[in-house]
Ligand binder design. Structure first.
Ligand SMILES: [Mg+2]
Length: 275
Protein backbone atom coordinates (compact mmCIF):
# COMPACT_ATOMS: atom_id res chain seq x y z
CA UNK A 1 0.00 0.00 0.00
CA UNK A 2 1.40 3.38 -1.01
CA UNK A 3 0.91 6.85 0.39
CA UNK A 4 -1.68 8.68 -1.70
CA UNK A 5 -0.09 12.09 -1.29
CA UNK A 6 3.44 10.87 -2.04
CA UNK A 7 2.12 9.40 -5.28
CA UNK A 8 -0.27 12.16 -6.24
CA UNK A 9 1.08 12.36 -9.80
CA UNK A 10 0.10 8.77 -10.55
CA UNK A 11 -3.26 9.33 -8.81
CA UNK A 12 -3.90 12.44 -10.94
CA UNK A 13 -3.19 10.49 -14.11
CA UNK A 14 -5.78 7.93 -13.04
CA UNK A 15 -8.30 10.64 -12.11
CA UNK A 16 -7.93 12.34 -15.47
CA UNK A 17 -8.04 9.20 -17.57
CA UNK A 18 -11.82 8.91 -17.29
CA UNK A 19 -14.39 11.62 -17.54
CA UNK A 20 -16.81 10.09 -15.04
CA UNK A 21 -16.19 9.09 -11.45
CA UNK A 22 -18.14 6.84 -9.11
CA UNK A 23 -17.11 7.97 -5.64
CA UNK A 24 -18.12 5.58 -2.87
CA UNK A 25 -17.14 6.27 0.70
CA UNK A 26 -17.62 4.84 4.15
CA UNK A 27 -18.75 7.27 6.88
CA UNK A 28 -17.39 6.59 10.41
CA UNK A 29 -13.61 6.70 10.60
CA UNK A 30 -13.44 7.85 6.97
CA UNK A 31 -15.41 11.08 6.61
CA UNK A 32 -15.53 11.66 10.37
CA UNK A 33 -13.21 10.61 13.19
CA UNK A 34 -14.49 7.67 15.22
CA UNK A 35 -16.09 8.89 18.43
CA UNK A 36 -16.38 7.23 21.82
CA UNK A 37 -20.11 6.96 21.28
CA UNK A 38 -21.64 6.64 17.78
CA UNK A 39 -24.21 9.34 18.57
CA UNK A 40 -21.38 11.88 18.86
CA UNK A 41 -20.28 11.53 15.23
CA UNK A 42 -20.99 14.54 13.05
CA UNK A 43 -20.00 15.44 9.54
CA UNK A 44 -17.94 18.61 9.38
CA UNK A 45 -19.55 21.42 7.42
CA UNK A 46 -16.44 21.59 5.22
CA UNK A 47 -16.76 17.97 4.10
CA UNK A 48 -20.50 18.35 3.71
CA UNK A 49 -20.02 21.28 1.36
CA UNK A 50 -17.59 19.27 -0.79
CA UNK A 51 -20.04 16.36 -0.90
CA UNK A 52 -22.84 18.73 -1.92
CA UNK A 53 -20.68 19.95 -4.80
CA UNK A 54 -20.11 16.34 -5.85
CA UNK A 55 -23.83 15.62 -5.67
CA UNK A 56 -24.49 18.52 -8.10
CA UNK A 57 -21.75 17.44 -10.53
CA UNK A 58 -23.06 15.35 -13.43
CA UNK A 59 -19.65 13.71 -13.93
CA UNK A 60 -19.58 12.31 -10.40
CA UNK A 61 -21.86 9.70 -8.83
CA UNK A 62 -21.62 9.84 -5.05
CA UNK A 63 -22.52 7.03 -2.67
CA UNK A 64 -22.17 6.68 1.12
CA UNK A 65 -21.64 3.07 2.19
CA UNK A 66 -22.11 2.46 5.90
CA UNK A 67 -22.99 0.04 8.65
CA UNK A 68 -25.35 2.60 10.14
CA UNK A 69 -29.09 2.41 9.59
CA UNK A 70 -30.57 4.28 6.64
CA UNK A 71 -32.47 6.60 8.93
CA UNK A 72 -29.31 7.54 10.85
CA UNK A 73 -27.01 8.04 7.89
CA UNK A 74 -29.52 10.19 6.02
CA UNK A 75 -29.83 12.37 9.08
CA UNK A 76 -26.05 12.62 9.54
CA UNK A 77 -25.15 13.36 5.91
CA UNK A 78 -28.31 15.22 5.02
CA UNK A 79 -27.70 15.57 1.28
CA UNK A 80 -30.29 14.77 -1.36
CA UNK A 81 -29.64 12.89 -4.59
CA UNK A 82 -26.94 10.76 -3.06
CA UNK A 83 -26.90 6.98 -2.98
CA UNK A 84 -27.08 5.64 0.57
CA UNK A 85 -26.05 2.03 1.17
CA UNK A 86 -26.95 1.46 4.82
CA UNK A 87 -26.79 -1.44 7.27
CA UNK A 88 -23.91 -2.90 5.20
CA UNK A 89 -26.10 -3.23 2.10
CA UNK A 90 -29.39 -4.34 3.65
CA UNK A 91 -30.98 -0.94 3.01
CA UNK A 92 -30.49 1.10 -0.18
CA UNK A 93 -31.85 4.49 -1.10
CA UNK A 94 -30.81 6.88 -3.83
CA UNK A 95 -31.72 8.22 -7.24
CA UNK A 96 -34.13 5.66 -8.73
CA UNK A 97 -33.70 3.09 -5.99
CA UNK A 98 -35.24 2.30 -2.62
CA UNK A 99 -35.01 -1.20 -1.28
CA UNK A 100 -34.75 -3.24 1.87
CA UNK A 101 -33.53 -6.82 1.71
CA UNK A 102 -36.69 -8.95 2.32
CA UNK A 103 -34.79 -11.79 4.07
CA UNK A 104 -33.43 -9.24 6.52
CA UNK A 105 -36.93 -8.09 7.44
CA UNK A 106 -37.79 -11.66 8.44
CA UNK A 107 -35.00 -11.62 11.02
CA UNK A 108 -36.42 -8.56 12.75
CA UNK A 109 -38.11 -10.44 15.62
CA UNK A 110 -35.00 -12.55 16.26
CA UNK A 111 -32.88 -9.40 16.33
CA UNK A 112 -35.26 -7.75 18.78
CA UNK A 113 -35.09 -10.81 21.03
CA UNK A 114 -31.26 -10.70 20.94
CA UNK A 115 -31.25 -6.99 21.57
CA UNK A 116 -33.40 -7.35 24.70
CA UNK A 117 -31.31 -10.20 26.05
CA UNK A 118 -28.06 -8.31 25.48
CA UNK A 119 -29.52 -5.20 27.01
CA UNK A 120 -30.67 -7.02 30.16
CA UNK A 121 -27.40 -8.92 30.55
CA UNK A 122 -25.07 -5.97 29.94
CA UNK A 123 -26.98 -2.99 31.30
CA UNK A 124 -24.74 -2.67 34.35
CA UNK A 125 -21.47 -2.66 32.40
CA UNK A 126 -20.02 0.80 32.15
CA UNK A 127 -19.27 2.06 28.65
CA UNK A 128 -21.10 -0.62 26.67
CA UNK A 129 -23.54 0.60 24.05
CA UNK A 130 -26.02 -1.68 22.33
CA UNK A 131 -27.49 -0.08 19.26
CA UNK A 132 -30.72 -1.33 17.73
CA UNK A 133 -30.42 -0.42 14.05
CA UNK A 134 -33.71 -2.04 13.07
CA UNK A 135 -32.28 -4.64 10.72
CA UNK A 136 -29.08 -5.22 12.66
CA UNK A 137 -27.58 -4.64 16.09
CA UNK A 138 -24.22 -3.07 16.91
CA UNK A 139 -22.57 -3.85 20.21
CA UNK A 140 -20.01 -1.11 20.84
CA UNK A 141 -17.38 -1.56 23.54
CA UNK A 142 -14.92 1.24 22.70
CA UNK A 143 -15.74 3.11 25.92
CA UNK A 144 -15.47 0.05 28.20
CA UNK A 145 -12.43 0.60 30.41
CA UNK A 146 -12.10 -2.60 32.44
CA UNK A 147 -10.53 -5.50 30.63
CA UNK A 148 -12.60 -7.97 32.62
CA UNK A 149 -15.73 -6.21 31.42
CA UNK A 150 -14.69 -6.60 27.78
CA UNK A 151 -14.17 -10.33 28.32
CA UNK A 152 -17.55 -10.59 30.01
CA UNK A 153 -19.27 -8.72 27.16
CA UNK A 154 -17.73 -10.98 24.52
CA UNK A 155 -18.56 -14.21 26.34
CA UNK A 156 -22.13 -13.02 27.00
CA UNK A 157 -22.54 -12.07 23.36
CA UNK A 158 -21.32 -15.49 22.22
CA UNK A 159 -23.55 -17.33 24.72
CA UNK A 160 -26.65 -15.42 23.61
CA UNK A 161 -26.04 -15.59 19.86
CA UNK A 162 -24.59 -19.11 19.52
CA UNK A 163 -27.90 -21.03 19.18
CA UNK A 164 -29.01 -18.59 16.48
CA UNK A 165 -25.67 -18.66 14.69
CA UNK A 166 -25.68 -22.48 14.74
CA UNK A 167 -29.11 -22.51 13.09
CA UNK A 168 -27.94 -19.84 10.60
CA UNK A 169 -30.62 -17.43 11.80
CA UNK A 170 -28.05 -14.66 12.33
CA UNK A 171 -24.52 -13.73 11.40
CA UNK A 172 -21.86 -12.09 13.53
CA UNK A 173 -19.01 -9.89 12.35
CA UNK A 174 -16.54 -7.50 13.92
CA UNK A 175 -15.36 -3.97 13.27
CA UNK A 176 -13.30 -1.52 15.27
CA UNK A 177 -14.35 -2.17 18.90
CA UNK A 178 -17.77 -3.22 17.70
CA UNK A 179 -19.66 -6.45 17.03
CA UNK A 180 -22.30 -6.47 14.33
CA UNK A 181 -25.20 -8.90 14.70
CA UNK A 182 -26.92 -9.17 11.36
CA UNK A 183 -29.51 -11.22 9.48
CA UNK A 184 -27.96 -14.17 7.62
CA UNK A 185 -28.02 -12.48 4.21
CA UNK A 186 -25.43 -12.42 1.46
CA UNK A 187 -25.38 -8.63 1.37
CA UNK A 188 -22.33 -6.89 2.72
CA UNK A 189 -20.53 -3.79 1.51
CA UNK A 190 -18.50 -5.72 -1.07
CA UNK A 191 -21.36 -7.80 -2.53
CA UNK A 192 -23.68 -4.78 -2.62
CA UNK A 193 -21.13 -2.72 -4.55
CA UNK A 194 -20.68 -5.55 -7.05
CA UNK A 195 -24.47 -5.67 -7.49
CA UNK A 196 -24.67 -1.90 -7.94
CA UNK A 197 -21.92 -1.98 -10.56
CA UNK A 198 -23.83 -4.53 -12.62
CA UNK A 199 -27.42 -3.42 -12.04
CA UNK A 200 -27.68 0.12 -10.83
CA UNK A 201 -25.28 2.80 -12.06
CA UNK A 202 -26.36 4.66 -15.20
CA UNK A 203 -24.88 3.21 -18.38
CA UNK A 204 -22.44 6.06 -18.91
CA UNK A 205 -21.05 5.39 -15.44
CA UNK A 206 -21.11 1.61 -15.49
CA UNK A 207 -19.19 1.50 -18.77
CA UNK A 208 -16.58 4.17 -18.38
CA UNK A 209 -16.08 5.61 -14.95
CA UNK A 210 -13.27 5.52 -12.46
CA UNK A 211 -14.48 3.86 -9.28
CA UNK A 212 -13.02 5.36 -6.10
CA UNK A 213 -13.64 3.69 -2.75
CA UNK A 214 -12.60 5.02 0.66
CA UNK A 215 -12.89 3.15 3.95
CA UNK A 216 -11.18 2.35 7.22
CA UNK A 217 -12.54 -0.89 8.68
CA UNK A 218 -12.76 -4.64 8.10
CA UNK A 219 -15.87 -4.46 5.92
CA UNK A 220 -14.06 -1.93 3.74
CA UNK A 221 -11.07 -4.22 3.36
CA UNK A 222 -13.44 -6.79 1.83
CA UNK A 223 -14.41 -4.09 -0.66
CA UNK A 224 -10.75 -3.37 -1.44
CA UNK A 225 -10.24 -7.09 -2.10
CA UNK A 226 -13.23 -7.27 -4.41
CA UNK A 227 -12.17 -4.17 -6.36
CA UNK A 228 -8.52 -5.09 -6.76
CA UNK A 229 -7.31 -3.73 -10.12
CA UNK A 230 -10.73 -2.25 -10.89
CA UNK A 231 -10.48 1.28 -9.53
CA UNK A 232 -8.80 3.48 -6.99
CA UNK A 233 -9.10 2.19 -3.45
CA UNK A 234 -8.00 4.25 -0.47
CA UNK A 235 -7.55 2.99 3.07
CA UNK A 236 -7.93 5.52 5.88
CA UNK A 237 -5.66 4.81 8.82
CA UNK A 238 -2.31 3.42 9.83
CA UNK A 239 -0.52 2.01 6.77
CA UNK A 240 0.93 -0.85 8.83
CA UNK A 241 -2.60 -2.26 9.24
CA UNK A 242 -3.28 -5.05 6.82
CA UNK A 243 -5.14 -3.73 3.84
CA UNK A 244 -5.25 -4.46 0.13
CA UNK A 245 -6.11 -0.90 -0.87
CA UNK A 246 -4.05 0.80 -3.58
CA UNK A 247 -3.25 3.81 -1.40
CA UNK A 248 -3.64 5.08 2.13
CA UNK A 249 -4.26 8.40 3.82
CA UNK A 250 -3.79 8.75 7.56
CA UNK A 251 -7.01 10.31 8.79
CA UNK A 252 -10.43 11.76 7.94
CA UNK A 253 -8.66 15.14 7.86
CA UNK A 254 -6.53 13.85 4.98
CA UNK A 255 -9.66 12.44 3.33
CA UNK A 256 -10.95 16.00 3.25
CA UNK A 257 -7.75 17.17 1.54
CA UNK A 258 -8.12 14.38 -1.02
CA UNK A 259 -11.79 15.22 -1.68
CA UNK A 260 -10.89 18.88 -2.21
CA UNK A 261 -8.15 17.79 -4.58
CA UNK A 262 -10.53 15.49 -6.45
CA UNK A 263 -13.00 18.31 -6.87
CA UNK A 264 -10.32 20.66 -8.20
CA UNK A 265 -9.08 18.04 -10.65
CA UNK A 266 -12.55 17.31 -11.94
CA UNK A 267 -13.49 20.96 -12.06
CA UNK A 268 -10.35 21.85 -13.99
CA UNK A 269 -10.89 19.10 -16.53
CA UNK A 270 -14.52 20.09 -16.90
CA UNK A 271 -13.63 23.76 -17.45
CA UNK A 272 -10.98 22.87 -20.01
CA UNK A 273 -13.60 20.92 -21.93
CA UNK A 274 -15.89 23.93 -21.96
CA UNK A 275 -13.28 26.26 -23.42
MG1 LIG B 1 -15.72 3.09 9.01
Amino acid sequence: MKSLFENIQAVNELLNEREKTILLTDFDGTLTPIQKHPDLAALSEEIRQILIKFSHNKEIFLGIITGRSLKQIKKLVHIRDVLYVANHGIELEGPGIRSTCPEAKKARSTLWHIYMRLFKSLKNIEGVHIEDKGLSISLHYRAVKKRGDVEYIISTLHDITKPFLDRKMLSLSTGKMVYEIRPPVKWNKASTIQWLLTHYFPVEFSEDALLIYLGDDKADIEVFDSLMGKGLTIFVGNPSDMSTADYYVNSPEEVKVFLEHLYEQKHEVHNECLQ
